[in-house]
Design a protein around this ligand. Structure first.
Ligand code: SF4
Length: 404
């Protein structure tokens, strides 16, 4: 390992960003000098000016890093481009490395403004840094091992939070003392490839793709670690794509989680919604579970790549009501080619969902490289300039309605 390696890890609009905190943990594991720089807390609550971007870049440069690793999401890609460009102008020796959803979807475009582009799991980049083996083995300058999907989630480092974190647009101590819900993952990957989702892109880009699970013991260690970091935590929000995919694991998890006295929420899937598992989850502290429905008309389901029959959705929703679990249902509005009949069919269906429930209507965003974006471009529903990544788009992407 190079003793003078000094890494600035940058998160633009996600203070609790899982990927960057894992990377920070891995850097610490390898004893590489690093610091996390977070620009703003969240796209849901914050905005920005270009003067602030400049000031934030100055803070990164003042740290005198040898490498800047940045997680880039398409709606804020122009900010990442600007920061990398300023860094190269100010100190050409600093290596800029980008990863995350946008570089995975648009690696060639990212190569125009970053030194190295990570496709897939960025955690491998850190291992390369530690071994000083990183580099390229293809014309496209991707990290070789990073182009494979991480297939082992065991022994991943714990998310690293540090008092040295540089929080540009907010206060570290305020954040620490007001956080009562933290997000964790227990698994990696998804079995599906819905047309609008980033997993759709990852499956196309990564040579190796698998779905893996942490052990219950590892998850309980992660929870204990987060409780030490955030003393006011009352609830864990599991951000796995599908928390319920392994019912044996869920049963073992519930037995352990119950002892914590905490509440939790998670994402489910209609193909993995067994009564016994949901019942055990409710008894161990589950208070809300989200399901992606997106649409229900046959033509729109063909566009999204989701095909759950309406009666299956209603059966699960009624089961949640019976068990006293709040169901949160996600829909996408404005799918390409959606007709007034499709909208009416969807609205009629929503009225059949048992109450109470939370309805979240998401505005469709065209992320680069997804099937739905290619379909919309090919069929003239959108033009290239409407694909995320060219301009900054912040804000809350969903609208919630709670019906009691
Ligand atoms: S089930 Fe969810 S995470 Fe998996 S591909 Fe579909 S939208 Fe993405």
């Amino acid at each position: 390992m190079a003793t003078n390696t000094r890494v600035a890890v940058v998160s633009l609009f996600n203070y609790h960003g899982y990927g960057v905190r894992l990377i920070s943990g891995r850097l610490a594991f390898h004893k590489i000098d690093s610091r996390l720089f977070c620009f703003k807390r969240s796209t849901y609550t914050d905005t920005f000016t270009w003067e602030e971007v400049n000031e934030f870049t100055n803070l990164i440069l003042a740290y005198e890093p040898t490498h800047v690793l940045m997680c880039v999401h398409s709606p804020v890609a122009p900010i990442a481009r600007t920061i990398c460009s300023i860094i190269k102008i100010r100190d050409n020796k600093i290596r800029t490395v980008v990863g995350g959803p946008h570089p995975t979807a648009q690696p060639v475009e990212c190569m125009l403004w970053a030194d190295d582009v990570c496709v897939g799991d960025g955690i491998r980049v850190v291992d390369h840094l530690a071994d000083i083996e990183y580099g390229c083995d293809t014309e496209d300058v991707f990290y070789p091992a990073a182009s494979k999907r991480l297939n082992d989630v065991t022994n991943l480092p714990q998310l690293r939070y540090s008092e040295d974190d540089v929080c540009f647009g907010f206060n570290y101590y305020d954040e620490k003392m007001r956080t009562n819900r933290v997000s964790l993952f227990t698994s990696h990957g998804c079995f599906y490839k819905c047309s609008y989702c980033h997993e759709n892109v990852v499956k196309k880009r990564c040579q190796k793709y698998s779905v893996t699970h942490k052990s219950v013991d590892e998850v309980m260690n992660d929870i204990a670690h987060m409780r030490r970091t955030f003393p006011l935590v009352k609830e864990i929000s599991f951000s796995d794509h599908i928390f319920t995919f392994n019912s044996d694991w869920v049963r073992d998890f519930c037995a352990e989680f119950k002892r914590t006295g905490l509440k939790f929420r998670c994402f489910g899937h209609f193909n993995f919604a067994e009564f016994e598992a949901l019942d055990a989850m409710q008894r161990s502290g589950l208070n809300c579970i989200s399901f992606g429905i997106q649409h229900v008309s046959a033509t729109m389901n063909k566009i999204t790549g989701r095909h759950t029959p309406k009666h299956v959705i209603l059966d699960v929703a009624n089961m949640l009501k019976y068990l006293g679990i709040l169901g949160r249902y996600d829909f996408i509005r404005g799918l390409p080619g959606e007709t007034l009949d499709d909208i009416k069919e969807l609205n009629d269906f929503i009225r059949q969902l048992p109450k109470p429930h939370v309805i979240r209507n998401f505005e469709l965003r065209y992320f680069p490289g997804t099937d739905i974006t290619e379909y919309a471009l090919d069929n003239g529903f959108i033009t290239e300039d409407q694909v995320e990544g060219l301009t900054v788009r912040l804000g809350d992407w969903s609208y919630n309605y709670t019906n009691y």
